[in-house]
Design a protein around this ligand. Structure first.
Ligand code: SAH
Ligand code: DHB
Ligand code: MG
Length: 223
């Protein structure tokens, strides 16, 4: 595989149809300066998220895994003025960086960051009747992707989308013997969806600046 070539193509896409503005470059720089890992969605992937937000006419978004706020800024920008995004982040120091970048990008009033392990934040969201959601982006700890998906499925409106990042994992998704718990979780999620009439789903393999991975997109069907 040619990681250099994948990155070069992402760079070309980034110079042509998906050019980052000052706020996005600032968010990446702030995250790097604070020592956060550079694992945010790539610009082309981020643009796809924005298109999906707009295609479903999303007004309520839930994100698992904020990091430095890069994907949150993108999705919040694709929301209408009265749209809202709740994003869940386990690490307070990451959430602080994200808060500043999200505010600096001008979408602060649309975005709420909840700090703590996502599974612990879900009962509160339930109590507050935060859903139903129009789009859920699952991008936190990968071992819990099936748990987040199951929760989201009950709380995403028909016609809404659930997107899960990092399900292909260098192709290990296809390896039934892979012992990695994160990979096993993605296999389990796929196997669950075999018999799940409530969604129509696919997984798209990706290459790019982040190497070889892929995302799952699930459209929630009417009851
Ligand atoms: N969506 C971000 C990238 C998220 S990276 C973007 O594209 O810009 C994954 C994030 O999930 C990290 O910030 C990590 O701290 C967070 N995370 C890990 N385990 C978590 C958990 N149990 N609950 C919430 N967030 C978690
Ligand atoms: C990691 C997390 C991500 O969400 C991603 O897109 C790439 C890598 C990670 O935890 O290493
Ligand atoms: Mg990811």
């Amino acid at each position: 595989m040619d990681e250099g070539l994948f990155a070069a193509v992402d760079a070309f896409i980034g110079e042509t149809i998906v050019v980052e503005d000052e706020a996005l470059r600032g968010a990446v720089a702030a995250a790097e300066a604070a020592g956060l890992p550079a694992i945010q969605v790539s610009p082309p992937q981020g643009r796809l998220l924005q298109l999906l937000v707009r295609l479903v006419g999303a007004k309520r978004i839930l994100e698992f895994g904020t990091l430095g706020g890069y994907s949150a800024i993108l999705m919040a920008r694709a929301l209408p003025q009265d749209g809202r995004l709740v994003t869940l982040e386990a690490r307070p120091e990451y959430a602080e960086v994200a808060r500043r970048s999200i505010d600096a990008a001008g979408v602060g009033e649309r975005v709420e960051i909840r700090v703590g392990p996502a599974l612990e934040a879900l009962p509160d969201l339930e109590d507050e009747k935060a859903g139903p959601f129009d789009l859920v982006f699952i991008d936190a700890d990968k071992v819990n992707t099936p748990n987040y998906f199951a929760w989201a499925l009950d709380r995403t409106r028909p016609g809404g989308l659930i997107v899960a990042d990092n399900v292909v994992r260098d192709g290990t998704l296809a390896d039934a013997a892979d012992p990695d718990e994160a990979t096993r979780a993605q296999r389990r999620l796929h196997e669950t969806l075999r018999n799940e009439p409530r969604v129509s789903a696919t997984t798209v393999q990706t290459v790019g600046v982040k190497g070889y991975d892929g995302f799952l997109v699930a459209l929630v069907e009417p009851a």
